[in-house]
Write a protein that binds this ligand. Structure first.
Ligand SMILES: *Cc1c(COP(=O)(O)O)cnc(C)c1O
Length: 459
């Protein structure tokens, strides 16, 4: 029998063998992984991740875009520990508990527009899945008048999660295309990103033709579209693609004009990442449904929420036998430990005046990023708030990418490790999205390390 003495810590080699023999990692070519030496993170401290040998790394992507205030934040640690002395889990089906009710009230108090109801789940994918089902059923519950509103409008390059429903509204062929036969049909509009404009236009002269495409689709097909889903301001997973200013506002107005619900997926951009608490605030947009995840607990525990307006919510009310109920709910919906972490994270936002301090931090970030623009292999540098992407290309003038088998982005990320930085690229886009709690000096250290690694790989 395999040794599994919990009191005796396994050696790094043993652990590596257990991982390589037993674990199937997400978004990972396991053949490549099998040739690698897995790095085991043991502890966290502020913006640092610490491995089993005590080596420290700046968490350059906030442990996959989730962490906000750093790791081991005393206030959040304490809130989770205190909740743990009461109860770790109970159900929201037929019961309630204090952290869930308190958190819902707090979220409603700060959410953009007229959002009034909070539906909990555990991941961004499920928050999206729930929004899609709510939007669909919202029209069904109104009887035959809207019987044709059965499909969705999605954007190219969109990423909304990995479940089949959220993949149906996704637009990243590399991840999604193979599943297309399993997915429900949708209308699709161009990605609102200028560096590789799908419409081959220039931002100075195009009058935002990508938004006009959305207007056209809604003009012609709004009668059969129940909702449009967008990642406000930044298409994250496609490579931190920043949308032109005013795009979100324009498509939200088009949705309103055509009786199409707007689902704002703020799973990545929410909780301060773009400089405002929610990205919709930048363009004064009031979505009908809002998806939250990732940073909602400060990056501590799996929790997500789908917020709905009262107008959406009301269509689900009736006698039991009207069967207008939203028949959906996960076992761990509204987990008390996760809600306690989320409440504490909101407290830390207020106490540390996180949002007030962001303008100074983001302008420092912007300055540091400028230094990358002239690099011979940097095609584009994109940033919104504290989210940035540095796109590496083989040829700047023609924007020709490197061959995928060169694994350039991956190589730079690996090289970063020997300079005390953890990042995870998206293809050849180096993503930098540190916790909002990072100091100016730590931010300088992060970008200096990335620059050094880049030059090592690109000799
Ligand atoms: C990460 C992400 C999701 C999916 O969240 P998971 O918690 O990974 O399921 C959905 N939408 C956006 C915009 C995301 O960035």
């Amino acid at each position: 029998m395999e040794k599994s003495d919990r009191n005796q810590s396994p050696s790094n080699r043993e652990l590596a063998r257990w991982d390589l023999d037993c674990v199937w990692h997400p978004f990972t070519q396991q053949r490549e992984w099998a040739q690698s030496e897995p790095l085991f993170i043991d502890r966290g401290e502020g913006v640092y991740l610490i491995d089993r040998d005590g080596a420290r790394y700046i968490d350059g992507v906030s442990s996959l875009w989730a962490n906000i205030h750093g790791h081991n934040v005393e206030k959040i640690d304490r809130a989770v520990a205190e909740q743990l002395t009461k109860i770790a889990h109970t159900t929201m089906l037929g019961l309630s508990h204090q952290p869930a009710a308190e958190l819902a009230r707090r979220l409603i108090g700060m959410a953009p527009g007229n959002l009034r109801r909070v539906f909990y789940s555990e991941s961004g994918s499920t928050a999206v899945e729930i929004a899609l089902k709510m939007a669909y059923q919202y029209w069904r519950n109104q009887g035959d008048a809207f019987k044709d509103k059965t499909t969705f409008l999605r954007l190219n390059n969109a990423y909304h999660g990995d479940t089949i429903g959220s993949v149906s509204v996704g637009g990243m062929d590399l991840f999604h295309e193979i599943y297309r036969p399993l997915l429900f049909p949708t209308f699709k509009a161009p990605s609102p990103s200028c560096y590789r404009c799908e419409l081959r236009l220039k931002p100075e002269t195009c009058s935002m033709a990508c938004a006009r495409e959305v207007e056209h689709i809604l003009d012609r097909n709004g009668w059969q579209i129940c909702a449009m889903i967008v990642e406000p301001l930044v298409q994250g997973a496609a490579g931190i693609l920043t949308a032109p200013e005013g795009y979100l506002r324009r498509v939200s107005e088009a949705c309103k004009a055509h009786d199409v619900l707007l689902i704002a997926d703020e799973v990545a951009v929410g909780f301060g990442r773009t400089g405002a608490l929610f990205a919709c605030e930048h363009e004064d947009v009031a979505p009908d449904l809002l998806c939250l995840g990732k940073g909602i607990t400060g990056g501590y525990l799996p929790l997500a929420a789908t917020l709905a307006t009262e107008a959406v919510y009301e269509q689900f009310l009736g006698e039991y036998t009207d069967y207008k109920t939203f028949f959906h709910g996960h076992t761990y919906t509204g987990n008390p430990l996760a809600c306690a972490a989320a409440l504490a994270s909101l407290d830390v936002f207020a106490e540390n005046r996180v949002l007030e301090k962001l303008p100074a931090l983001t302008s420092h970030f912007a300055e540091l990023l400028e230094g990358f623009r002239d690099h011979p292999y940097v095609g584009d540098v994109r940033r919104r708030g504290m989210m940035a992407g540095i796109e590496l290309v083989a040829d700047k003038a023609s924007k020709t990418p490197f061959p995928p088998q060169d694994r350039i982005g991956h190589k730079v990320a690996m090289a970063c490790r020997s300079h005390g930085v953890i990042i995870r690229p998206l293809g050849d886009v180096l993503v930098l999205m540190p916790p909002l709690a990072i100091t100016a000096d730590e931010l300088t250290a992060l970008l200096t390390a990335v620059n050094t690694a880049l030059n090592e790989v690109m000799v």
